[in-house]
Design a protein around this ligand. Sequence first.
Ligand SMILES: [Mg+2]
Length: 113
Amino acid sequence: MDIYKYQLFLREFAKERDWDQFHTPKNLVMALAGEAGELLDVFQWLKPDESLNENIGPETRQAAKEEIADVFIYLVRLADKLDIDLEHAFIEKMKKNGKKYEIGKSSLNQFNK
Ligand SMILES: [Mg+2]
């Protein structure tokens, strides 16, 4: 996935609509949180097993798909406005997580000893 390509697309999309004036990091973070809330709303009252991939219906799947896309759009736009290379940030964070959460050393495994 070429995230930079999406950043450029969204940059142009906003420019054509004169939305850049609204796309401050503060506003984008708020929009991102709002869309995450809309995604939460899709699953909020489902029982855990009802939320499993094999159990959700087409309407729930479509709603989840649209809200995940909204979250992605604002995340990509926010990273662009902050000059953050998302792919690089992902790799760096996963390296950090790999050291922090070593295989076989999670707290869950410690309970099983
Ligand atoms: Mg939405």
